[in-house]
Design a binder for this molecule. Structure first.
Ligand SMILES: [Ca+2]
Ligand SMILES: [Ca+2]
Length: 446
């Protein structure tokens, strides 16, 4: 008797949990912020086929939204889009006998690869956007993105496989593109801002929940309900592009100049981008729109106090930019010809997720055939075998991040920036190490 009652209670409890989750963002499961699901641009993909009242399927009836026919050599085709087992399935196939469109896209002709895209018919402005998905485990990009007048937000473009640099397979890459400029402007459509966060796992290996809150004047990025970055419109200035209504896009694209997939990578059967759901919530604009992230735990992270708090090895020099540099007063130069590293040991909490970031540049990279590298890394945080690093190669300052979780007995870690694998000149500045708040849990019975 007792046992039966308990089983009955369990069933009710799990039903409640499921329904709460379906109505609230993963990052706010008890819906403290008063979110309302916008059903016009959300889908559980639980039907028998794609809901054509809601979605435009790229290429159907020869219609291509924004005249985008696919990133050649791949072409968007309606038969790449399906709904089954409660999931949207976008399949990219090696299909050389398909009758491809004539013409070219960015110097490549359409051939061999068919792929798919869906776009919402309706637009929305500001809200919390979330997708639960497993990107295609192949050398192409599975993407969840938004575009409207003047701007584009790519919440992610994930390369399931990237043989040239396996770290890219762990990269949660978010970017803004500026379509508000004049067409003749070289910056038209280019990335105006981006966030590169390397996670501790290959993203195509499993399902994860990717989310972002697009506020009037801020953007917050989440992974599995955890806030890993927040930027404000004020901080970004004219790099901010999210001023107008947007449509939701879900697609697979190939980027042949980054990685050009072959028959054996794609196969005739195809590779699948699996999407459990797309949800967009909205709420009345809140006055509480600050970026409430934890403080940087690193003192003298910008080197205004010289090398105080830092350990150095090899040719490490403090450079005074005399205010002429976007890096502020001082930055660090690791000299060519010698293994050089700047590092420190930092106290932190066990069983806690952190984001480590730094801005860096490789001044002699020419962005054509000379690529010089620096690496940001973290190790000894109580997780056996984990020593994540992220590579820098551009000749202008940019920021990248590593997300890591400390082990249960960890109380410190070692962070560093180095040129040691190449011994070329690289510059670094603005280290940041911030604690990530644990994902909120659903309160039982509420
Ligand atoms: Ca579903
Ligand atoms: Ca500085």
């Amino acid at each position: 008797m007792n046992k039966l009652i308990r089983i009955g209670t369990l069933c009710v409890a799990s039903f409640v949990t499921t329904s709460v989750l379906a109505q609230s963002p993963y990052s706010d499961p008890n819906n403290k912020q008063g979110w309302t699901l916008n059903k016009e641009v959300s889908d559980e993909f639980n039907g028998a086929s794609i809901d054509k009242d809601k979605w435009i399927v790229q290429g159907e009836n020869d219609h291509y939204e924004n005249n985008f026919k696919g990133r050649a050599p791949s072409q968007f085709v309606p038969h790449a889009v399906d709904v089954k087992n409660g999931h949207l399935v976008i399949t990219t196939r090696w299909e050389p006998n398909f009758k491809f469109l004539k013409g070219q896209h960015k110097g490549y002709k359409y051939e061999n690869i068919t792929t798919g895209a869906i776009i919402t018919k309706q637009k929305f402005k500001t809200g919390y956007m979330e997708i639960k998905c497993k990107p295609a485990d192949a050398p192409l990009s599975s993407a969840f993105w938004f575009t409207g007048k003047g701007g584009e937000l790519d919440l992610f473009e994930i390369f399931g496989k990237y043989p040239k640099d396996k770290h890219v397979e762990k990269l949660y890459h978010t970017s803004f593109h500026d379509w508000g400029k004049d067409r003749k402007d070289p910056l038209y459509g280019k990335t105006s801002w981006d966030n590169k966060a390397q996670l501790p796992y290959r993203l195509a290996a499993d399902y994860h929940v990717y989310g972002c809150e697009w506020g009037e004047d801020f953007l917050k990025l989440y992974i599995d309900g955890q806030l890993i970055r927040c930027v404000t419109k004020e901080e970004l200035g004219d790099k901010w592009v999210m001023n107008n209504e947007q449509k939701v896009w879900v697609d697979n694209e190939v980027f042949p100049w980054k990685v050009n997939p072959k028959k054996e990578d794609i196969t005739e059967k195809g590779v699948e981008f699996l999407v459990d759901y797309v949800r967009v919530w909205q709420r009345k604009p809140s006055s509480d729109v600050s970026c409430e992230i934890h403080e940087n735990v690193l003192e003298n992270a910008d080197f205004d106090n010289g090398l105080e708090n830092w350990d150095i090895e090899g040719k490490v020099k403090l450079v005074n930019a005399k205010g002429k540099n976007e890096a502020g007063m001082n930055y660090i130069k690791l000299g060519a010809g010698k293994e050089s590293t700047i590092s420190r040991t930092v106290k932190l909490k066990p069983n806690t997720t952190y984001v480590l970031s730094a801005s860096a540049r490789a001044p002699m990279t020419n962005m054509k055939d000379i690529w010089q590298n620096g690496w940001l890394g973290v190790k000894a945080f109580g997780k056996k075998g984990q020593q994540p690093i992220i590579k820098y190669f551009k000749n202008e300052w940019y920021r990248q991040s590593i997300v890591f979780t400390t082990g249960q007995f960890a109380n410190q870690t070692y962070i560093y920036f180095t040129n040691k694998w190449q011994k070329k000149e690289v510059h670094v500045d603005y280290f940041e190490l911030t604690e990530v708040e644990a994902a909120p849990e659903v309160l039982d019975g509420k």
